[in-house]
Design a protein around this ligand. Structure first.
Ligand SMILES: *[C@@H]1O[C@H](CO)[C@@H](O)[C@H](O)[C@H]1NC(C)=O
Ligand SMILES: *[C@@H]1O[C@H](CO)[C@@H](O)[C@H](O)[C@H]1NC(C)=O
Length: 292
């Protein structure tokens, strides 16, 4: 089992949007949060979040991790491009969805009854780091063609499915390509986004990105984020409906419209992940103080 996991980790050379958001997040957490998660994740480097950001993708295809497959998305049964929206009762399946998973792993990480082994806290942290980013990818909040996995398209003359284009191709193109050193490219691009948030084009709006964020209402918080992502399915992912995009080349004008969406979603995901981890570490610290 160990060997399989190691091989799978090694095979994931190209980070998807999830890792890019984690690089952003590590710039915005408090010192207390950084220390807490560096310890929990056994990584003292500044990349302790990005280091585990794709773990949840790697284990979902193992026998052990199979049950986590549905945790990466919520299949909104809406009708793009004419109507987009996400509803828990309609869209979260009985075997779970990204919103119920965020709720579950958030409460397991807080572990108010102090009943779980520390390995479970570590696992919960890795899931949270991944699922906050997944919530920001529009096609992780859409049912059509299994979140675009069944829609065949071209991107700069190469064949992909639409889901891959939104997970990987667009952000890689924005970063100027990642050949050779994907993690270095992700880090450079994340640094640019950090600047945009601190002093640049996202500075004014970034505080509003935390509107509604609350550990006491994980589902409500995640629904705000999911609905915001899902709205882009109507406006930018499938603006002319699923049929119109099949087989199309998406590397030029479609890309021009989509890139700013991918960019702001990575920025939001990273900024919100940092805030979420701050809330978590503060909560855990106050629980521990209460026990003394
Ligand atoms: C910590 O994370 C960095 C960045 O991903 C990685 O290169 C390093 O091997 C990790 N260290 C440990 C102890 O896992
Ligand atoms: C919560 O997480 C645990 C540990 O991974 C898992 O066994 C359980 O099925 C999850 N529950 C829900 C409702 O997602």
């Amino acid at each position: 089992m160990k060997r399989t996991a190691a091989l799978l980790v090694g095979a994931t050379v190209v980070p998807n949007v999830v890792a890019w958001g984690a690089y952003v997040a590590s710039n915005f957490v408090s010192d207390q949060t950084a220390t807490h998660f560096q310890t929990l994740l056994h990584n003292q480097s500044s990349d302790y979040l990005a280091n585990v950001a794709t773990w949840a993708d790697n284990i979902r295809y193992t026998k052990w991790g199979h049950f986590t497959g549905p945790f990466h998305y919520i299949d909104a049964k809406d009708n793009p491009p004419s109507s987009c929206d996400v509803f828990m009762e309609r869209d979260c399946k009985s075997d779970g969805c990204v919103i119920s998973a965020l709720q579950n792993y958030t409460s397991r990480l807080i572990d108010a009854t102090d009943s779980l082994p520390v390995e479970e806290h570590e696992q919960a942290a890795k899931f949270i780091i991944h699922f906050v980013s997944d919530l920001h990818q529009p096609l992780h909040t859409e049912d059509v063609a299994k979140g675009g996995n069944g829609i065949h398209v071209k991107f700069d003359n190469r064949h992909f499915n639409l889901h891959h284009v939104w997970d990987t191709s667009i952000v890689e193109k924005m970063a100027g390509g990642v050949r050779g050193s994907p993690y270095a490219a992700a880090q450079r691009y994340a640094d640019k986004l950090v600047g945009d948030i601190r002093t640049g084009k996202f500075q004014a709006e970034s505080t509003s990105w935390l509107d509604g964020i609350s550990l006491d209402d994980v589902e409500g918080t995640a629904l705000i984020w999911a609905r915001e992502s899902n709205a882009y399915v109507c406006t930018h992912v499938l603006p002319h409906g699923p049929g119109a995009i099949v087989g199309q080349e998406l590397g030029s004008s479609y890309y021009d419209d989509a890139a700013p969406v991918v960019e702001i979603q990575i920025a939001r995901a990273g900024f919100r992940l940092a805030a979420w981890l701050d809330l978590l570490s503060a909560k855990i610290a106050s629980n521990e103080a209460g026990e003394l």
